[in-house]
Design a binder for this molecule. Sequence first.
Ligand SMILES: [Zn+2]
Ligand SMILES: [Zn+2]
Length: 291
Amino acid sequence: MRPALAVICLTLFAAPAWAKTGPFKPWIDGTAASEPTTQTQRYDRDTYVIRQSVKTNFEAPFLYLLFGRDRALLLDSGAGGTPIRPAVDAAIAQWLAEHHRASIPLIVAHTHGHGDHHMGDDEFQARPDTTVVGLKPEEVAAFFRIADWPLQVVGFDLGGRTLQVIPAPGHQPAHIMIWDPRTRWLLSGDTLYPGRLYVPVNRFGDFRDSLDRVAAFTASHRVSRVMGAHIEMTRQPGKDLPDAVLVHADEHVLELPYADLLELQAAVHAMGDKAARDVHPDFIVTPIPPR
Ligand SMILES: [Zn+2]
Ligand SMILES: [Zn+2]
């Protein structure tokens, strides 16, 4: 084989390491006898993902910490059961040290208003240079300057990193998704993650309309991965973990392909006007009573 051809072949077949394993090391999943209360993984210089141990709360949520030049955004503050701020402060301290800076304003916002996403808020209320965004749709809309909730998508500039905030009520009335131009992640909260996607039957229309708007947005904004807030699926397609277990054996990876967003959109449209349980390889649409 000629050298030039060998180079081409290596380029074609040497897939990046994460292509098989994903971009993250294994997450803490409760299978070890003991594990830290939180685990932080740095995706790139300005992007951290924090997981709360399932041993501290069965929801075991994922939190996202994104840095721009001028401010940082913490999306969700945990489910309670353990302090979350030490992990956030440690990541911020690392970032500040690298940038030879003393401080950066922090915004604490939420994918939505369910308790497993904001129980850590109190730890941040008195933190210097920190804003904790409210939980009601009107508070979320006011903070992000969304004049026409839920129809308007607005930019939120962290400084050289303008996030796009997309109202997505359905799972819960104050739900938002965030698209990040740096990673091209779609931070999808509880609307789409590898798990049981709970939809109150009386909010099914909102859920479907939100998926339509998000899908329309992604026609002009490429999504590399859909990054949700929990993992409730196993690695076996269509098989979920038992509800509220404290050990996530054989847990699915966190990240979902963009195609899953379109698969979910198509699935809810196929249901007509009534939400139905619907098992897919990476998620299970799960109707729940009105709320
Ligand atoms: Zn929720
Ligand atoms: Zn949740």
